[in-house]
Design a protein around this ligand. Structure first.
Ligand code: NAP
Ligand code: ZN
Ligand code: ZN
Length: 351
């Protein structure tokens, strides 16, 4: 397959820093869209994969799956997009298209295995996929999102992973008026969960380990913000919440949060702590509680989420950086020192 050479930022091992490299992408095929990448968000999943936290990283790795760009070329059968359109690519760039999950529009659960935008076996070109820390992306138009004209485009990029990852379970568990929703962890996902759950009409309580985020949580729209090591305040929330979205990236005690659910309530895990979590029997049997998970969202729902966020004026609170500062950004993300998403201005990779 004919390829083009693209500048990127990646690494050959989890011990090395990210540095400039050249990768090959396929030349535009009949159903493909090629885009110039304008902005790319940095998700904690990029960090997990660089560190090989799940033992499945394909090196060399080029991270980045909150990719916002402008169309520069289209294949002859492309019908949804034209050159110049503002577009997005999130986590999913291919799937089988005919299994039950694909038919239902939950491509993230494709029975033949979804192709992710980075660190996935590439069934079209061979090798593996490279993410958005680069100047150009190429993929099938079916997996490309139409980006509304957000005033702050850079800060809209994180919606493509963080946004859909919290929107999908909030919709599934019906956050809305009359519902008391908990958000656990105020990072990239958590701060968007506050904004989106509020826009849906829910009453939002935030649980954080960071005293500095308490005031901020209220500014972001939360009705209540609780320091999770304050046992006295925590006890006020026992059996109060309908559901809790857990965005924590490291091992933590989920039983504490199961205890905050009303009967039939659910803790939904979206965070990906590499270690297994333990659940006490009585924390779920009393109150018929559920501990569930959720993984990003399908393409149709991602488009719905983008349009919802545009309508409600929701973007991430972001810190825009140049690609040359990406290693420092990952160090800061690891320490929880970001309010609340790094976004790379990809123009910095051009020169
Ligand atoms: P992030 O910006 O680093 O936020 C994670 C937050 O978790 C931190 O800000 C911190 O919040 C809290 N936290 C971190 N370590 C903790 C610990 N040891 N104990 C308690 N709380 C802790 O990360 P993110 O980008 O939002 O991603 C969050 C997680 O979701 C990651 O594991 C990521 O891989 C995963 N993820 C999953 C999906 C999916 O589809 N399921 C999609 C995207 C990301 P406080 O300071 O408020 O305590
Ligand atoms: Zn992500
Ligand atoms: Zn499928």
């Amino acid at each position: 397959m004919e390829t083009i050479k693209v500048k990127a930022f990646g690494t050959n091992s989890s011990n090395d820093e990210l540095a400039e490299m050249v990768i090959n992408r396929r030349k535009v095929q009949a159903h493909d869209v090629e885009m110039e990448i304008l902005y790319c968000g940095i998700c904690h999943s990029d960090l997990h994969q660089i560190k090989n936290d799940f033992g499945a990283t394909l090196f060399p790795i080029v991270p980045g799956h909150e990719i916002l760009g402008r169309v520069t070329a289209i294949g002859e059968h492309v019908s949804k997009f034209s050159i110049g359109d503002l577009v997005g690519v999130g986590c999913i760039v291919d799937s089988c298209r005919h299994c039950e999950s694909c038919e239902e529009g939950v491509e993230q659960f494709c029975e033949e295995g979804v192709t992710f935008s980075f660190n996935s076996v590439d069934k079209v070109s061979g090798g593996h996929t490279f993410g958005g820390f680069s100047n150009t992306y190429v993929c099938d138009e079916k997996y490309v999102l139409r980006m509304p004209e957000f005033d702050n485009l850079a800060s809209a990029a994180p919606l493509l992973c963080a946004g859909i990852t919290v929107y999908s379970p909030l919709m599934h568990w019906q956050a809305g008026p009359g519902k008391k929703v908990g958000v656990l962890g105020i990072g990239g996902l958590g701060h968007l969960a506050i904004k989106i759950a509020k826009a849906m009409g829910a009453e939002v309580t935030v649980f954080t380990t960071s005293p500095s985020k308490i005031e901020d949580a209220i500014r972001l729209g939360a009705d209540h913000a609780v320091l999770s090591n304050d046992n006295e305040v925590m006890s006020n929330y026992t059996r109060q919440l309908h559901f809790i979205i857990d965005t924590v990236s490291a091992k933590h005690d989920v039983n504490t949060y199961l205890n905050l659910l009303r009967h039939d309530g659910t803790v939904v895990l979206v965070g990906l702590p590499p270690e297994a979590l333990e659940i006490g029997a009585f924390n779920v049997v009393s109150g018929r509680k559920s501990f569930a998970g959720s993984n990003i969202g399908g393409i149709k729902e991602t488009q719905e989420m983008l349009d919802f966020c545009y309508k409600h004026n929701i973007v991430a609170d972001s810190e825009i950086i140049n690609i040359q500062d990406v290693n420092t950004a990952f160090e800061r993300l690891e320490k929880g020192d970001v309010k609340y998403r790094f976004v790379i201005d990809m123009a910095s990779l051009k020169n």
